[in-house]
Design a protein around this ligand. Structure first.
Ligand SMILES: [Zn+2]
Length: 237
């Protein structure tokens, strides 16, 4: 079990980063040997998925909006069943389509960070360009990612996603109105939001106990969750 101060510190340091980098940064905070930037997106997501299960359990209550009737659909997800495999993804993928041969690697966290800084106008060619090893037309001429037609760049991005299934955990959702659809579980947003709420509640507990007993933050955080709860209950919180 990760000590409460460690988790709170990891969350606080992550909060100072740009939003796309926050959840992934938790892995680096908790394991300094982990090179988060160089980690493929899906491998990182699979570890964050496992991390979420260890922290908060295998059940996730979620809601989705029906695209047909616009009602809110409540979901109770079994994360053990949805856990993507934590495996080494392929180092290189090759796509041959539309008169082009493209070799690229899978997107890494550092690529996500760089692409997020481009704002809303990220082109498919930007994604391919970050990961490109080599692209040639069928006559052997080298070309850049930004010279690829849209349909070819799309085929490359789709091949990347297919080679890295852990980067997109899909949910099959049904609504009482009869509609069914597929949505993606964003483990980074889920984990970051839940951990933020947990840290907020933890600091509220520290606040109450510090005022009542004049204990230091460190001493309060070093208490077991059971003892913190006991003292709070004794105070009527
Ligand atoms: Zn519906």
């Amino acid at each position: 079990m990760i000590p409460a101060p460690t988790l709170a510190n990891a969350w606080e340091r992550g909060a100072s980063l740009a939003a796309p980098d926050r959840a992934a940064s938790l892995l680096g905070e908790l394991d300094p040997t982990c090179d988060v930037g160089a980690m493929p997106v899906g491998q990182c997501d699979a570890l964050l998925f496992e991390f979420r299960r260890g922290l908060f359990g295998d059940v996730l209550d979620a809601v989705a909006r029906c695209p047909n009737c616009a009602d809110q659909v409540s979901l109770q997800l079994d994360l053990a069943a949805l856990q993507p495999p934590i495996a080494d993804p392929p180092g290189e993928i090759q796509v041959r389509t539309g008169g082009y041969r493209i070799s690229c690697r899978l997107p890494r966290n550092a690529d996500l960070s760089a692409l997020s800084r481009l704002g809303a106008d990220v082109a498919l060619q930007d994604i391919v360009g970050r990961c490109l090893i080599e692209a040639r037309s069928d006559d052997g001429s080298p070309i850049t990612a930004h010279e690829l037609p849209d349909d070819v760049a799309l085929a490359v991005v789709e091949a990347m996603a297919e080679a890295d299934p852990a980067s997109h955990v899909l949910l099959n959702i049904g609504c009482p109105c009869g509609a069914t659809w597929t949505d993606q579980l964003d483990v980074r947003t889920v984990l970051w939001t839940e951990l933020g709420a947990w840290v907020g509640e933890l600091l509220q507990d520290v606040h109450h106990l510090a005022i009542a007993y004049r204990w230091s933050e460190r001493d309060i955080l070093d208490l077991s969750p059971w003892r913190r709860a006991w003292y709070l209950q004794a105070l009527g919180w």
